[in-house]
Design a protein around this ligand. Structure first.
Ligand code: FAD
Ligand code: NAD
Length: 475
């Protein structure tokens, strides 16, 4: 990377942390010829999370929804350096970030360092684009880290599939009326947000549409249970769609346990407290063979430690506080976006994607402004100076704050049905549910996939499944 641009102005260093929706949307749109760009992430690919719930059942292959960072970086006009590493410390005063190489040994969405032989490096930044996302919130509930799988990373999806098949295969050795066999054949998902609902729906489809061909009778024996603390699942959706989802789950025999708060988990059971219609509660025990925890987001330790270093971030409990240009409150060189921030918008891919694109456009304009200021400072001729100043004024005026355009929310609820809360402009919301919505859901998701390669792979996965069904290998 060169220190100077063609016009002789100094190139500023941008360090991007993360390779998710926020970071990659930013990189994709950034004019990388204008900056020295370094991207740091322990995950060397972008993951298209909306289709992750389809991976444990192999409706979609995990490779189909992963795009290598290096491929994305190569498609930008300038040079981009990628480090497979995790940031371990951000120093906002000296504008440095310490990174350590992390090999791809993920567990529960966290990458591990080789502690015996850590390889570390310190990077200087003029601007830090902080997009490290969030981790799964376990609320300190005992047993979840040890016994439950998550659905956050591609590796989580593989782990869920393996546990599901281990439990099914083990159950085959037991008599049909054994309690242990029933336990092994119970797939429990805790958390009725969109992640939990979509996973429960996909697993139930898998059992009823494909597994029963390989293991006759499994559809009668196997149970899918969805546990949710609140009275409803999919709470951010229109009430009509919540009712529709409940109906679909009822006809599909997904055992929906709302008003049921998980308190503890051990190797075989989920212990919960269920609120009854009369307002009293009862303790319930739900035996499981496979357990997935989908309880929502919590901030990463790195984000907490960054917030602790900046006075204006002291109240940032649920995420970093940013202004309308995504600049961190209390710091002039760090911009944060996506799930690691706390804003008026929900922590979704749609939000992180729009923020990433906005920020890239913002930085493209900042580069032009910086160049014009530099050229103006060198200019001797008054008429040319005047011209530069006019252009400078135009660029400065073109800088606008971020404004989110909500396009709606979609979720798959099983049996080739989806729900959609769509927004057109600021005045019209349409709540749709059913088979047509399912086709809309598929079309919308394909159009959201960033790379052509992934689009083709996902479409071919769907065609393969419709022709031959999903397979039953364990991976
Ligand atoms: P992420 O996409 O999570 O990216 C964070 C990145 O930071 C990762 O690359 C990670 O490896 C990296 N990182 C972590 N720690 C460090 C570190 N210390 N240093 C450097 N890098 C680090 N939203 C929707 O709008 N629609 C959907 O249909 C939808 N479906 C979803 C399905 C599932 C199963 C899940 C889990 C989420 C879904 N979401 C959906 C939410 C969406 O995925 C998130 O809101 C989005 O990923 C947030 O983007 P982000 O860039 O903030 O974080
Ligand atoms: P979430 O926060 O939306 O849902 C978590 C659910 O877990 C909540 O309903 C909560 O009440 C429940 N819960 C928490 N503690 C519990 C306990 N002890 N016992 C029982 N239930 C408990 O989390 P998510 O579904 O992972 O979604 C995270 C973010 O990603 C959200 O913003 C969501 O909108 C987005 N997302 C969107 C889609 C989509 O649009 N299709 C899909 C997945 C995720």
């Amino acid at each position: 990377q060169s220190l100077l641009k063609e016009n002789g102005n100094k190139k500023k260093n941008i360090v991007i942390l993360g390779s998710g929706w926020g970071a990659i949307s930013f990189l994709h749109k950034l004019d990388t010829t204008q900056y020295n760009v370094t991207i740091v992430s322990p995950r060397n690919y972008f993951l298209f999370t909306p289709l992750l719930p389809s991976v444990p059942t192999s409706t979609v292959g995990s490779n189909s929804i992963c795009d290598p960072v290096r491929t994305i970086a190569r498609q930008t006009p300038g040079e981009v350096i990628y480090y497979e590493a995790a940031a371990t410390d951000v120093d906002p005063v000296n504008q440095t970030v310490k990174i350590v190489h992390k090999n791809m040994n993920f567990a529960h969405g966290e990458a591990f360092v080789n502690k015996d032989d850590p390889i570390e490096k310190t990077l200087n930044y003029d601007y830090l684009i902080y997009a490290v996302g969030a981790k799964v919130n376990t609320f300190g509930i005992p047993g979840i880290p040890e016994y439950a799988s998550f659905l956050k990373e591609a590796q989580d999806a593989t782990a869920v599939r393996q546990k599901l098949f281990n439990a099914i295969e083990a159950s085959r050795l037991l008599p049909e009326d054994s309690e242990e066999r029933k336990r092994l054949l119970t797939f429990v998902v805790c958390g009725g947000g969109p992640t939990g609902v979509e996973l429960a729906a996909e697993v139930k489809d898998y059992i009823d549409q494909d597994l029963l061909k390989f293991i006759p009778g499994i559809d009668k024996e196997m149970k899918v249970v969805l546990v949710e603390a609140l009275p409803n699942v999919l709470n951010m959706f229109h009430p009509k769609l919540i009712e529709y989802t409940k109906e679909v789950f009822k006809t599909q025999h997904v055992d929906l346990r709302t008003n049921t708060m998980v308190k503890k988990v051990d190797a075989r059971n989920v212990y919960a407290s269920a609120k009854k219609p009369d307002g009293t509660t009862e303790e319930v025990v739900i035996p499981y063979g496979t357990l997935v925890w989908a309880g929502g987001n919590a901030q990463r330790e790195l984000t907490r430690s960054l917030a602790d270093k900046i006075t204006e971030q002291k109240t940032a409990r649920r995420g970093l506080l940013v202004n309308e240009y995504m600049k961190l409150d209390g710091d002039d060189h760090i911009y944060a976006l996506g799930d690691c921030t706390f804003t008026a918008n929900a922590p979704t891919a749609q939000v992180a994607h729009q923020q990433g694109e906005f920020l890239a456009d913002h930085f493209n304009k900042l580069a032009k402004i910086d160049d014009l200021e530099y050229l103006t400072s060198l200019e001797k001729d008054e008429a040319s100076k005047e011209k530069h100043l006019k252009r400078l004024e135009r660029y400065k005026n073109s800088i606008k704050p971020f404004s989110y355009r909500h396009q709606g929310a979609l979720a798959y609820v099983g049996s080739e049905r989806a729900v959609a809360d769509l927004t057109w402009g600021s005045w019209s919301t349409v709540a749709l549910g059913g088979n047509l919505t399912f086709f809309f859901w598929r079309t919308a998701y394909v159009s959201m996939i960033l790379g052509v390669r992934s689009k083709l792979l996902v479409i071919s996965d769907w065609i393969k499944v419709s022709m031959f069904g999903r397979d039953c290998s364990k991976d």
